[in-house]
Design a protein around this ligand. Structure first.
Ligand code: LLP
Length: 419
């Protein structure tokens, strides 16, 4: 459920007509609904009511400062994958002891930053990383709290680019090696073992893969106990899918039920890293039709947002519904909705029945709150778009649109170029 609804043929975000925002802010822009974000966070968190858990929102889905600040105020921790995300989390006031750090390629400066900040735990993805973290912790006179990210080899049945828990994926450590990793970790002076972790993929629309992964983690915890290694935190990662088109992913309650059922007779404290399920349907991208063009085989609607603003259709063939901001009739057309970038893969929709958009019409690209702005770029020197948050009848530009000067900020001309 979200708060993007029509009132007399006009699309609103909460109580604000989207047309009004477009007029003031220009296009393209992302809008996030405060009420939806709050609702999604609570629906997820409350689903685990009664068991000890820490929801660490996954910053990569959308790391906008206002969103992180809002989620922090609702009680969220943070799942990070870079020094930049740690910086953003701390800036948003998230307490470091509610931050977990995953990722296969942590750099020394990032490890040191996390150690100095006192994060809750590192999710270790290789034995070499474990050694490096031990060394850095020794140098900084810190103890590094760690979990090993286990690759449980389950098929999440999602797009191959966003599956992470299969043997062939670069993520985590297989179960057997993980046991060796724990034994090695126990012997390291500056490491404190506190957890076990997995993340099997994203946009998962069934509960079974989560069940399989959790069972495999649980049996590892039992094995570890037998050799005297106690685990306090079990981190299930993120991955719960959302509805973009006709998917029917489990409701957080259903997802939670499966997890709670398997954890209830243990003392394990649960950590969760949801991203998409919190922000995905809380945000949309608004773009304007620039031109229409008909070829012998296709109808094109050319809009002012491109793959640099929303990469998902290009990269994953992802479906995003396209709604008119103002409904002006019942005419539909089968068309490709394409952007201004010089690539044939620059599309938001292909062969889609959409409203018969004319030049100047506003289009709402739905379900774009997760991995939308976060994956946007300056490709073709296009300016990063504005982001707006709406609450009730108010809206606020939470990220201002870039200007041309932003494009060359930090660039310089070497003295060996003669002008
Ligand atoms: N935890 C870890 C360690 C992750 O790698 C991810 C996502 C999450 C949590 C959050 O997963 P979520 O709940 O959002 O599924 N760009 C792709 C998705 C990539 C996901 C990467 N990892 C997309 O647009 O579909």
């Amino acid at each position: 459920m979200h708060h993007f609804t029509y009132h007399q043929n006009e699309l609103y975000c909460e109580d604000v007509p989207i047309k009004k925002i477009a007029k003031e802010v220009g296009t393209p822009f992302y809008i996030y609904s405060y009420a939806t974000l709050k609702r999604h966070f609570f629906a997820f968190d409350k689903a685990f009511e009664g068991i000890k858990r820490l929801v660490c929102y996954s910053a990569k889905a959308n790391s906008n400062h206002a969103i992180l600040t809002l989620l922090k105020s609702l009680g969220s921790g943070l799942d990070i994958v870079s020094g930049g995300e740690l910086y953003r989390g701390l800036k948003a006031g998230i307490s470091p002891d509610r931050i977990v750090y995953s990722g296969v390629g942590k750099r020394i400066d990032e490890i040191d930053y996390a150690l100095e900040s006192g994060i809750l735990m590192f999710n270790i993805e290789s034995l070499e990383e474990l050694d490096l973290i031990d060394k850095r912790a020794g140098l900084l006179k810190k103890k590094a709290a760690v979990a090993i990210r286990v690759n449980p080899d389950v098929d999440p049945q999602t797009h191959p680019y966003i599956s992470t828990g299969l043997k062939k994926n670069k993520f985590g450590i297989d179960a057997k090696t993980a046991i060796e990793g724990y034994k090695a970790a126990r012997a390291l002076e500056n490491i404190k073992i506190i957890g076990i972790d997995c993340h099997i993929g994203s946009q998962i629309t069934q509960v079974q893969p989560f069940k399989d992964a959790l069972k495999s983690l649980k049996s590892l915890v039992t094995e570890l106990k037998k050799i005297g290694i106690e685990i306090k935190y079990l981190d299930m990662g993120g991955g719960l899918g959302i509805t973009y088109d006709d998917e029917s992913p489990p409701h957080p309650d259903e997802y939670a039920k499966v997890i709670v059922e398997l954890l209830k007779e243990t003392d394990l404290q649960l950590i969760l890293e949801p991203g998409r399920v919190i922000v995905g349907n809380a945000g949309i991208l608004v773009t304007r039709a620039l031109f229409r063009k008909t070829s012998s085989v296709k109808e094109f609607i050319i809009v002012d947002a491109g793959m640099n603003d929303l990469l998902r259709p290009t990269l994953y063939d992802a479906f995003h519904a396209i709604w008119p901001v103002v409904k002006s009739g019942d005419e539909f057309v089968k068309a490709d909705v394409v952007g201004p970038i010089c690539e044939s893969s620059d599309f938001l929709a292909v062969d889609r029945n959409v409203s018969d958009f004319k030049n100047g019409d506003l289009l709402a690209v739905m379900s774009a709150g997760a991995y939308g702005f976060a994956m946007s770029s300056n490709y073709c020197s296009r300016l990063k778009v504005a982001e707006v948050m709406v609450r009730d009848d108010r809206f606020h530009v939470v990220t201002k649109r870039q200007d041309y000067e932003d494009l060359i900020r930090g660039e310089s001309t070497p003295p060996f170029i003669n002008i």
